[in-house]
Design a protein around this ligand. Structure first.
Ligand code: PLP
Length: 413
C-alpha cells in the first residue's frame, strides 16, 4: 500500500491522482516505440519551416539565402500573384476575418454564393458547394449520396481522402487495380445487382502524375449504367486546353457526373474544396454532407483569393499554356541530365531515386550543404560552376527532392 502511494506520488506531482498519470506514462511508452519505428524505417517526415511567401524561390529557416522550391502544388504560381493577394485583402477588409459559424446557421455570405456559381461555370456543371477542404468534400460526398443498396468502384491508388470518404459510406465497395479498365469492367459486371454504381477515381494521381483513362472509364460507365466521379485536385486550373481539368484534357466533360477539387493547389493555394455536378446532388449535400454541416464556413480572404484565381484563368489562357511549356522543358532537361522522371506529361515530375530513405537522406544532405556554406563560399562555387562544362550539375544540390516537383511557374513580382 505504502509502495503504491510512493509510486503514485512519484508519477504525479499534479493533483490529478495516480491512475491517469500512469495511463499517460504507458501511452508515452507506446508512442515512443511507434515513433522509433518510423525513424528506423527511414520514413520520418520532418517539416522545413518556410520564412517567406510560397513560390518557386523560398526562404527556409536555418538556410541562409533562398532555395528553389520544386515541392509545392502551387502549379500556376497564383498563391503569390499580386492580384490574388489584393483580392484576399479586399475580402478580408469588406467581409471580416471569418463567420464564426457553419454555412447553414449564419455563415453564408454573398461571396460564398458567388464563388460557388463561378466554380460551376468554370467546370460547366449545374451547381457547386464549398467545403473547408477537398478532404472534406471527399468525406462528405459518398456517405450522403450512397446507401447500402448502391455500389462504389474505386481505383486502388485513389487519394487517402477518397478512401476515407468511401469508408464512411454504407455502399458495397469494389476496388479495381490501378488504371486497369479490364479489372474495372469485371467489377462493374459484378456490381450490376446494385441500385446505383459510382466509379471513383483521381483524375491525375498525385504520387506519379499518371492520368486516369477517363475515356475508357466513361465508356464502361455508360455501358454498365454507372456514374463517374473524379477527384481533380491535381488537374483543376491547368490540365486541358483551358485548364478545366482531366475531363477537358480527355474530352469527356459531358460524361463525368461529379467533380471534387481543391482551392488549395492551383487555384490560389490557400485552402478549401468543393463538389460540382448536378443541382439536385449539390442540394442534397447541403442537407446531408457532415463536413459541410458541421464545420466553419470558408474565411472571406480565402474565398476572395480563390475567386480571383478563377477570374484570371477564365479571362486568359496564357498562364495555362505557359505551365504546359515549362513542364515539357523541365522533363526534357532533367532526362538529358540523366534523371528518371516518371508519370505522364504532367507537371508532377517525380524524380525516381528508387528508394524512399535515399530520397529523404538526399534532401536533408542538400540542405545541410546549403546551410554549411558561407556567402563567400557560395559565390566562389557559383563562379566555378558557371565556368565548368557541367554547369547545371550543381543545381541538383539545391533542389528539395521529393516525389513531386510541380512548381514551375514564374515568380510573380
Ligand atoms: N484529393 C487529392 C487527389 C489530393 O491530392 C488532395 C491533397 O493533397 C486532396 C484531395 C485534399 O485536398 P485539400 O488539401 O483541399 O484537403
Amino acid at each position: 500500500m505504502w509502495a503504491g502511494r510512493i509510486l503514485c506520488a512519484a508519477l504525479s506531482r499534479a493533483p490529478r491522482g495516480c491512475r491517469p498519470q500512469s495511463a499517460l506514462a504507458q501511452l508515452r511508452g507506446i508512442l515512443e516505440e511507434e515513433l522509433e519505428g518510423i525513424r528506423e524505417a527511414g520514413t520520418w517526415k520532418s517539416e522545413r519551416v518556410i520564412t517567406s511567401r510560397q513560390g518557386p524561390r523560398i526562404h527556409v529557416d536555418g538556410v541562409s539565402g533562398g532555395i528553389i522550391n520544386f515541392c509545392a502544388n502551387n502549379y500556376l504560381g497564383l498563391s503569390s500573384h499580386p492580384e490574388v493577394i489584393q483580392a484576399g485583402l479586399q475580402a478580408l477588409e469588406e467581409f471580416g476575418a471569418g463567420l464564426s459559424s457553419v454555412r447553414f446557421i449564419c455563415g453564408t455570405q454573398s461571396i460564398h454564393k458567388d464563388l460557388e456559381a463561378k466554380i460551376a461555370r468554370f467546370h460547366q456543371r449545374e451547381d457547386a458547394i464549398l467545403y473547408p477542404s477537398c478532404f472534406d468534400a471527399n468525406a462528405g460526398l459518398f456517405e450522403a449520396l450512397l446507401t447500402p443498396e448502391d455500389a462504389v468502384l474505386s481505383d486502388e491508388l485513389n487519394h487517402a481522402s477518397i478512401i476515407d470518404g468511401i469508408r464512411l459510406c454504407k455502399a458495397h465497395k469494389y476496388r479495381y487495380r490501378h488504371l486497369d479498365v479490364a479489372d474495372l469492367e469485371a467489377k462493374l459486371q459484378e456490381a450490376q445487382k446494385h441500385r446505383l454504381r459510382l466509379v471513383a477515381t483521381d483524375g491525375t494521381f498525385s504520387m506519379d502524375g499518371d492520368i486516369a483513362p477517363l475515356q475508357d472509364i466513361c465508356r464502361l460507365a455508360s455501358q454498365y449504367g454507372a456514374l463517374v466521379f473524379v477527384d481533380d485536385c491535381h488537374a483543376t486550373g491547368f490540365l486541358g486546353a483551358t485548364g478545366r481539368g482531366t475531363d477537358e484534357l480527355l474530352g469527356v466533360m459531358d460524361q463525368v457526373a461529379i467533380i471534387n477539387s481543391t482551392l488549395g493547389k492551383a487555384l490560389g493555394g490557400a485552402s478549401g474544396g468543393y463538389t460540382t455536378g448536378p443541382g439536385s446532388l449539390v442540394s442534397l449535400l447541403r442537407q446531408r454532407a457532415r463536413p459541410y454541416l458541421f464545420s466553419n464556413s470558408l474565411p472571406p480572404a480565402v474565398v476572395g483569393c480563390a475567386s480571383k484565381a478563377l477570374d484570371l484563368l477564365m479571362e486568359n489562357n496564357a498562364i495555362v499554356q505557359s505551365m504546359a511549356a515549362k513542364t515539357q522543358r523541365f522533363r526534357r532537361k532533367m532526362e538529358a541530365a540523366g534523371f528518371t522522371i516518371s508519370g505522364a506529361n504532367h507537371p508532377i515530375c517525380p524524380v525516381m531515386l528508387g528508394d524512399a530513405r535515399l530520397a529523404s537522406c538526399m534532401a536533408d544532405d542538400m540542405q545541410k550543404r546549403e546551410r554549411g556554406r558561407s556567402n563567400a563560399e557560395r559565390q566562389r562555387r557559383a563562379r566555378q560552376r558557371s565556368m565548368s562544362p557541367g554547369a547545371n550539375q550543381g543545381l541538383r544540390r539545391r533542389w528539395l527532392f521529393r516525389r513531386e516537383c510541380p512548381s514551375l511557374a514564374e515568380e510573380w513580382p
